[in-house]
Design a protein around this ligand. Structure first.
Ligand code: SF4
Length: 293
């Protein structure tokens, strides 16, 4: 098949693919039956598969953004009931997820110096959840997310919202410390995040705040800079849990800066405060008398 497409045809195909995406159609198949030369020529002219290289990235991003819960999920894992399913007490359900995680060795982070798994902490019935990237040295040592300097700042941010750390639930995309505090890699996030998704599905928060770009990109499966991710709510349903609880319509997801970034660039605290004020307004939290953290 020729790799060179007429620009006009390429534009038409791009529009057609966008149209299908808006209809939530992402997978395209070609017939496997023998074809005549004429049919082959027609199929080559109109089949959108494979797309030209410059379109692949955009298609992949859009595809994962909208269908990650289905497309990236192991179909057998999906068919297997999770131990927490049907457990109405979220504390007990979280405990079952923790037991299912066990002494996890599912990704390479288990053998890269972690002291312990950092599962998550807080109110199992929280209306508000914060999700960071991964544990750092303090978190790895104490087994609790956001306990170092960044954790102190997060505590101040939560306090400034008029609530307490115990009122919210805090977790990370990956549960083991990446060596040297490096950014968790794609395969590590993909392997670990289903457990986070199950935690979110059990807690059923009204709002999830993604702390930093790594968290936002993993939760939303959107590859975009922080400047584009912040300042709005996204409708969020944890991957793999669609329709599992008809009484929970999903959460609103907001994106703000990671506290560790705010420690490095305190000038951005005002921007983060704007993000939190948006969340407070949605949750009906009273703005505290004192302003920014
Ligand atoms: S990061 Fe997650 S998937 Fe990887 S070993 Fe730790 S708990 Fe398991």
């Amino acid at each position: 098949m020729s790799q060179v497409l007429d620009p006009e045809l390429r534009r038409a195909l791009t529009e057609r693919i966008r149209f299908y995406h808006e209809l939530n159609i992402y997978d395209f198949y070609r017939r496997g039956s023998p074809a005549t030369a004429e049919q082959t020529a027609t199929a080559e002219a109109y089949s959108p598969s494979p797309p030209p290289p410059e379109l692949r990235e955009e298609m992949a991003a859009r595809k994962s953004a909208a269908v990650a819960p289905v497309a990236e999920e192991n179909i057998f894992a999906r068919a297997t009931p999770k131990p927490e399913q049907g457990v109405s007490d979220p504390t007990a359900a979280l405990q079952l997820i923790r037991e299912d995680l066990g002494d996890c060795a599912r990704c390479k982070l288990h053998k890269q110096g972690r002291k312990q798994i950092v599962f998550g902490v807080g109110n199992a019935r929280a209306e508000l959840m914060f999700v960071g990237e991964g544990p750092g040295a303090d978190e790895d040592a104490q087994g609790e997310p956001f306990v170092g300097r960044a954790g102190q700042l997060l505590n101040n941010m939560i306090k400034a919202m008029g609530i307490r750390r115990e009122d919210v639930y805090i977790a990370n995309v990956v549960k083991c410390r990446p060596p040297g505090n490096r950014t968790p890699e794609r395969d590590e996030c993909d392997t670990c995040s289903p457990f986070l998704m199950r935690q979110i599905a059990v807690i059923k928060p009204k709002v999830v705040v993604a702390l930093g770009a790594v968290s936002a990109k993993n939760l939303l499966a959107i590859n975009a800079p922080m400047s584009e991710l912040r300042g709005r709510f996204y409708d969020f349903m944890p991957a793999g849990t669609h329709g599992s609880d008809p009484s929970w319509p999903g959460a609103k997801l907001a994106v703000t800066y990671h506290p560790a970034f705010l420690l490095r660039d305190p000038r951005q605290k005002g921007e983060a405060w704007k993000d939190l004020q948006m969340v407070m307004k949605y949750l009906g939290l009273e703005p505290p008398k004192k302003a920014a953290p």
